[in-house]
Design a protein around this ligand. Structure first.
Ligand code: UD2
Ligand code: MN
Length: 285
């Protein structure tokens, strides 16, 4: 049922459109938190094409999806995520490619800028329609939570284990979010100015609202996530400027974002499970 993209896959034009409701979903699932080595994982997913790409052999998806994971030094989390997420994406009959955007040391982690880098770099490799920005530690617990884009941006992490499968506040926009290419461009992406923990998710939410977009959400029973428990990371201490920055989100929106993202790609590797892009970000502020 998963289809094989290698060899005998008929060209997209010869395949019928994929159904709106994928047929082989299983619904609620337990998170599999076992640590599995990359070589073992690769063997579990022989149908993936280099760079972590897959498309169904039996039908033609309506969009091309890029999954963008902002990343640094969370090797175990990354492999737990891939182990849980890839089968979901395959069952949802999506045309997807996974991009892991890793920020080089020594500069302080900048999750917002890594979203922008992932967006810009993915578009250099293919014409993606939909972008899902995905924290490395958010494990989906129901495959009916569809990884697709819609007429407005969607916040996928509607229920998170950390908050008893709810959310900390109604405007909360952290975790996993979906944007069409057009939607992300319309708000000039995320801010590049948040070095360190916190605030960049609220900035993004304010951009979305200021542009006049709504924020969509599936029910929390469906888009339910396990957040892998973790301590704080080296190189990502809480950003003391975050409150002040959030208060100026809307006025900065058109001058701080995709149009001002500068970085240097230091490594690019199409691994079996994902496209791995290392970037150096200079801290300017
Ligand atoms: C919350 C939000 C998250 C983000 C963050 C503020 C939830 C569920 N998530 O997460 O979306 O808004 O606050 O910045 O509330 N990362 C690395 N390596 C690092 C640091 C971060 O890979 O050294 C990545 C990774 O994808 C991680 C994400 O950045 O999931 C968010 O960082 P976090 O998990 O430390 O932040 P957390 O759990 O407070
Ligand atoms: Mn986390």
């Amino acid at each position: 049922i998963v289809g094989n993209t290698r060899g005998g896959t008929p060209p997209p034009t010869a395949r019928p459109p994929c159904p709106v409701k994928p047929k082989h979903l299983i619904g609620a699932m337990a998170a599999n938190l076992t640590k599995t080595k990359p070589d073992v994982l690769e063997k579990l997913f022989p149908d993936l094409e280099p760079g972590g790409h897959h498309e169904p052999g039996e039908c033609r998806p309506s969009e091309r999806l890029a999954i963008v994971v902002p990343y640094r030094n969370r090797f175990d989390h990354l492999h737990v995520l891939l182990h849980n997420l890839i089968p979901v994406l395959v069952r949802q009959q999506l045309d997807f490619t996974i991009f892991v955007i890793e920020q080089d040391l020594p500069t302080t982690f900048n999750r917002g800028m890594l979203f922008n880098v992932g967006f810009l770099e993915a578009l250099k490799s293919a014409d993606f329609d939909c972008f899902i920005f995905h924290d490395v530690d958010m494990i989906p617990l129901n495959d009916r939570c569809l990884y697709r884009c819609a007429g407005h941006p969607r916040h996928l992490t509607a229920g998170v284990s950390k908050w008893k499968y709810g959310l900390p506040y109604p405007e909360y926009f952290g975790g996993v979010v979906a944007f069409t290419r057009h939607q992300f461009e319309a708000i000039n992406g995320d801010s590049n100015l948040y070095f360190g923990w916190g605030g960049e998710d609220d900035d993004l939410q304010r951009r979305v609202a200021a542009h006049g977009f709504k924020t969509l959400r599936f029910p929390a029973e469906i888009c339910r996530y396990e957040m892998i428990k973790h301590g704080s990371d080296v190189g990502n201490t809480p950003n003391p400027k975050r409150m002040k920055l959030v208060s100026t989100s809307v006025e900065r929106m058109l001058k701080d974002g995709l149009n001002t993202t500068t970085y240097e790609v230091t490594k690019y590797d199409k691994k079996h499970l994902y496209t791995w892009i290392n970037v150096f970000i200079n801290r300017t502020e």
